[in-house]
Design a protein. Structure first.
Length: 433
């Protein structure tokens, strides 16, 4: 079989080799957890209960919201601000510029002037994604420049797991999309991925506590063996009254949610909140180790902030969606103006392994301890900026979840010192005890 294919744009991507850090540092979080105290609690019961109360308040906040006022939000602001303006329109999935007529059609489908058009408490019935506008076509920057083409779809905001409360406040002109709001963010999702949920079912959903999944790719089936959903780390579902099972929302023919029982094992899912210890974080974190990087949840994977958010969900600890907000969530320690040695010293002295997040612009990492005086981090990493041919910089692609130092790529001859993570980090945070 043959096919035609155009030559891909020159993206200046470095030839694929492995980072030295990946061989140098064990890619198993249990090793770092043992050094950090193993089963030693990182939070007092009172502090964890406080975190979990906040988690629940935010998790269920869409169902407790008041209707938005007409004109309260302009949907066009959900899309990148310069989109649809001539040459600033970006590129579609075929790596050609968005045509003006295609832009107009997509914007018209959003019916911005009619927002808000409804107020419907709802729930996700499958793993889905939130998008900036009601359509599947991506929006890329210049594909010939690293960090602007695949996988960085600017229309893709985040992924949502099955069973997440949302509020439907608008529908697209073609009816195929709904605009939903929740504590993570607002955006468009396919209509078939959500179901309205009445007051009685909402009460049932909250009645018996919550179950969090601690393994990836858990198949949920009803009592007759029929497939219901796939659950991953970050999925939270209500516990059934008799235990040993969860309630899974499914969409009826009329678009309403009903709850079906699915059996689960303690290996796959635990009652929330799970006690926060280095060992527990390590066990869950190892579920992600080596998995591909997924911008905005692309292909069911995670980017850096989705990794940290999902990792702390079973412990009932809420983290916002993006790295710039996560950096402000716990007690902050500024690293501005410090030398590299001073940054390392501050982190080793004041950082809490498995309970500190390190921030660089556009990137968030979990601090898991030190090895021979070197701080060690766990993160979903796309790549490292490299020198190009004098015109266009490139990327050394990592594209997966890894354990590294703060200087991954320092052995590469075309990586400048200023582009190493250590020289880019701005602060780290410490989870309040």
């Amino acid at each position: 079989m043959g096919g035609c294919s155009a030559k891909a744009p020159d993206s200046k991507i470095a030839p694929q080799t492995e980072l030295a850090d990946i061989s140098r540092f064990p890619q198993d979080l249990r090793i770092y957890a043992d050094a950090a105290g193993g089963e030693k609690s990182l939070l007092s019961p009172r502090a964890q209960a406080s975190h979990y109360a906040r988690f629940n308040k935010l998790w269920f906040s869409p169902w407790d919201s008041k209707p938005p006022r007409p004109g309260q939000k302009k949907l066009a602001l959900v899309a990148p601000r310069d989109w649809g303006q001539g040459n600033a329109s970006g590129y579609a999935g075929n790596l050609r510029r968005w045509a003006p007529e295609a832009q107009a059609k997509l914007l018209a489908n959003a019916r911005e002037s009619a927002y808000p058009s409804c107020f419907v408490p709802a729930i996700t019935v499958r793993n889905t994604a939130l998008r900036a506008l009601p359509g599947e076509q991506p929006l890329f920057g210049d594909p010939s420049r690293p960090g602007q083409g695949y996988p960085f779809d600017l229309f893709r905001y985040t992924s949502l797991p099955v069973g997440m409360p949302v509020l439907i406040t608008h529908t697209s002109a073609d009816g195929a999309w709904v605009f939903v709001e929740n504590a993570v963010c607002g955006g468009w999702m396919p209509t078939k991925d959500a179901a309205s949920i009445d007051e009685s079912t909402r009460q049932q959903y909250r009645a018996h506590g919550q179950t969090a999944f601690v393994r990836e790719g858990v198949t949920l089936r009803d009592e007759a063996g029929r497939f219901l959903a796939l659950a991953n780390v970050g999925t939270v579902l209500p516990a059934a009254e008799d235990g040993g099972a969860v309630l899974v929302p499914v969409r009826d023919a009329d678009g309403a949610a009903r709850l079906c029982r699915a059996r689960v094992t303690p290996r796959d899912a635990v009652r929330m909140p799970l006690a926060l210890t280095p060992d527990a974080v390590a066990r869950i974190g190892n579920e992600f180790m080596g998995r591909p990087y997924g911008w905005g949840g692309l292909n069911g994977e995670r980017d850096c902030s989705a990794l940290t958010r999902d990792l702390f969900t079973p412990f009932g600890i809420w983290l916002p969606r993006n790295s710039s907000r996560q950096r402000r969530e716990w007690s902050q320690v500024s690293l501005e103006g410090l030398t590299s040695a001073e940054k390392i010293g501050a982190l080793l002295e004041r950082g809490r392994p498995f309970a500190s997040l390190i921030y660089a612009p556009g990137h968030i990492m979990l601090y898991v301890g030190e090895m021979n005086g070197t701080p060690i981090i766990f993160h979903a990493m796309w790549g490292i900026r490299t020198d190009g041919d004098g015109k266009i910089a490139g990327r050394f692609l990592v594209g997966q979840v890894v354990v590294t130092s703060l200087t991954p790529g320092k052995e590469l001859r075309n990586v400048q010192k200023k582009n190493l993570l250590l020289n880019r980090i701005r602060n780290f945070t410490v989870l309040d005890e």
